[in-house]
Design a protein around this ligand. Structure first.
Ligand SMILES: Nc1ncnc2c1ncn2[C@@H]1O[C@H](COP(=O)(O)OP(=O)(O)OP(=O)(O)O)[C@@H](O)[C@H]1O
Length: 623
């Protein structure tokens, strides 16, 4: 994968440090003291050695040396702890804002990206950013301080020896800076490859039953292995560069030590330099080398951190659904035009057209992909030819000039062949997507003029896949009605014939439904979706094939429940089984994205050939 054109800079990292300035100032002070103590150490050794050589009293220097060493250790530990703590807080802030941003993204962004890759941005990329603080920024700052202090003192002790040292450092630093650019590019490749691998693992694990049933474990493992191998190769390419940094520095530094020792030894023998001065110079050489080494590795860390920041910023730069709706928690508090929130509404579609956006290369570079896209994916059986034809037509309008009205308080069914665009109409009513043409109005107000959250708080949606979130029965029920009491939960479970579920174990409503509700049958999942929607008590009900997975007895119960619920609600149901909607106020027949006919069951049997054909295939009429 190619790195994108946008590259994060250190400046873009600084806003993440806002809110941590005070603690960072404390860290800076502690770090200054610790650096100062390290610099004072060789001076004490110089005084000690020169005093002993001149047979002068040296006890005071011994005590000072001990105090400086202990002090350095204590301040060093304090600096390290405070820095790690700050880094964790920064990572927490980044994760919070990233998760907030992810949940605020429009559905189309999830259609284009792979869930695993997004997970890896919240997990491993934010962890990499952490190292910019812990072993990055401060390491560089304190290294620079130590470096300059050592330089000044070395020049003061012996300018000639310093000249030798300087030439070695310049050669080494030049080599490392050259490598750093390459390291950043490689680091981005590594993170992208890890993202793709996580996405592949996520795909395999989320579809584990299908994979096992298809005896496709080995093939799926091979797919993951391809991604893992790419991550391995990217890691190796990065390791090769990182490995070159160390030897370049070692050669230059060891060379400098040998030459300084040789020249310094000759000058001490010739009486041009005191032994204590040579020892202090060599200790400063250590102090010079240490920060150069850590500054170089900090530089590498920063490059990796910035590559991770690139990937985080890619998500941060995406347009959220709407800025005023980023605070999803505020949902139920969103205002609606006065008096409209609680009563059923009139829906009107006028000349509505829509196409799903084709997948683009830009999204591909940021982890877009195929099989695990979140969003409007169907579970209805579609013939392989039909599905493939639909995918071939991905750029064709899915809805083309669709117009119909749903009177307030009425029951309307959307019927038609698979792929006709029925679920898409519901998705547009929820504003998961925006129409490419035409208008949709609710009570006369065009949907774009309503805050999305206010619109959605009026709608109860039973999705085709009836998704169940990991967690307990009560968690799932309270998703859209957080204030509901246990009694209300039990009543709504009874209304959909799920009362036995709450009594299934001692846990009652706290029954754990497992990952993605794996412990429920298909029909139970569907009924749970009903229960959740009825509990939320919204004036508009949108239901996508809401009885496709239940037996006929349960279907009758649900029809009764819907009959009661629709007394004071507007209901729109997508249905394949015409018998379930034959008594509805109106039925809209969709075919290839267009309205083929509108009417009651009886009217359509007379007027619509397509409807008559569907009814006869379902043995509702004989032709
Ligand atoms: N998220 C998506 N991205 C791209 N294309 C999509 C997406 N969701 C649906 N489509 C395409 O849009 C067309 C209409 O799909 P839709 O789900 O609205 O049909 P439907 O009438 O509800 O079908 P079914 O009865 O099988 O559920 C199909 O061709 C489908 O492939």
């Amino acid at each position: 994968m190619q790195p994108t054109a946008q590259r994060a800079t250190l400046r873009e990292f600084f806003p993440y440090l806002r809110g941590h300035v005070r603690i960072l100032v404390v860290v800076a002070v502690v770090s200054l003291i610790s650096t100062g103590l390290s610099i004072a150490q060789p001076l004490m050794v110089q005084q000690l050695v020169n005093s002993v050589s001149a047979s002068e009293p040296a006890t005071i220097f011994i005590w000072l040396l001990v105090a400086i060493t202990l002090g350095g250790a204590v301040f060093g530990a304090a600096q390290s702890y405070l820095l790690q703590r700050t880094a964790e807080s920064v990572v927490l802030g980044v994760r919070r804002s990233l998760v907030g941003r992810l949940l605020a993204l429009p559905i189309k962004e999830f259609d284009r990206r792979r869930v695993g890759d997004l997970i890896s941005r919240v997990g491993s990329d934010t962890t990499l950013m952490r190292s910019v603080i812990t072993s990055g920024l401060f390491e560089i700052v304190s290294s620079i301080l130590m470096f300059f202090a050592a330089v000044v003192l070395m020049v003061l002790i012996d300018p000639l020896l310093f000249g030798i040292t300087l030439s070695a450092v310049v050669v080494g630093a030049g080599g490392v800076l050259f490598l750093a650019r390459l390291i950043r590019r490689r680091s981005r490749d590594v993170q992208d490859a890890v993202g793709s691998m996580t996405a592949a693992v996520e795909r395999g694990l989320s579809g584990i039953r299908t994979i096992k049933a298809s005896v496709a474990e080995e093939r799926e493992a091979a797919v993951i292995d391809v991604e893992a191998t790419k991550a391995f190769r990217a890691g190796i390419a990065m390791a090769r560069l990182q490995a070159a940094v160390q030897p370049i520095m070692s050669i230059c530094i060891q060379g400098a030590f040998i030459v300084v020792l040789a020249v310094g030894g000759i000058r001490v023998a010739a009486g041009e330099l005191l032994l204590g001065d040579l020892i202090a110079f060599i200790l400063y050489l250590f102090l010079l080398v240490m920060p150069i080494g850590s500054a170089m590795s900090a530089f590498v860390q920063i490059q990796s951190g910035l590559a991770a920041l690139d990937r985080i910023q890619e998500i941060a730069r995406l347009e959220p659904e709407r800025a005023d709706e980023a605070g999803l928690v505020q949902r139920s508090a969103e205002p609606m035009p006065a008096g409209t929130a609680a009563r059923p509404g009139t829906i009107e579609l006028r000349d509505v057209s829509f196409s799903y956006a084709p997948v683009d290369d830009d999204a591909a570079a940021t982890g877009q992909g195929g099989a695990t896209a979140v969003g409007a994916r169907r579970s209805t059986p579609v013939s392989p030819e039909g599905a493939l034809a639909a995918l071939d037509d991905i750029d064709q309008p899915v809805l083309d000039g669709v117009s119909f009205s749903v009177p307030a308080g009425s029951r309307t069914a959307l019927v038609g062949p698979s792929g006709a665009g029925k679920s898409t109409v519901l998705a547009l009513l929820e504003r998961f997507y925006e129409p490419t043409g035409g208008t949709i109005r609710l009570d006369g107000v065009a949907l774009p003029d309503l805050p999305r959250s206010a619109l959605r708080s009026r709608i109860g949606l039973v999705e085709q896949e009836a998704p169940v979130l990991s967690g307990t029965l009560a968690d799932n029920l309270r998703l859209a009605a957080p204030e509901a009491t246990d009694d209300q939960l039990r009543r709504v479970l009874a209304a959909v014939g799920l009362d036995a579920l709450g009594d299934r174990s001692d846990d009652g409503l706290d029954l754990n439904l497992g990952e993605d509700g794996i412990r429920l049958s298909g029909g139970q999942r569907q009924r749970l979706a009903w229960a959740r929607t009825i509990l939320a008590d919204r004036p508009l009900l949108l239901m996508d094939e809401p009885t496709s997975a239940v037996d006929s007895r349960t279907e009758q119960l649900l029809q009764r429940t819907l009959g009661e619920a629709s007394r004071d609600r507007t209901v729109v149901v997508v249905a394949h089984r015409l018998s379930t909607v034959a008594d509805f106020d109106q039925i809209v027949v969709l075919d290839q994205g267009r309205v083929a006919a509108v009417g009651t069951h009886e009217e359509l049997l007379d007027s619509s050939e397509l409807y008559r054909d569907m009814a006869s295939r379902q043995r509702l009429v004989t032709v």
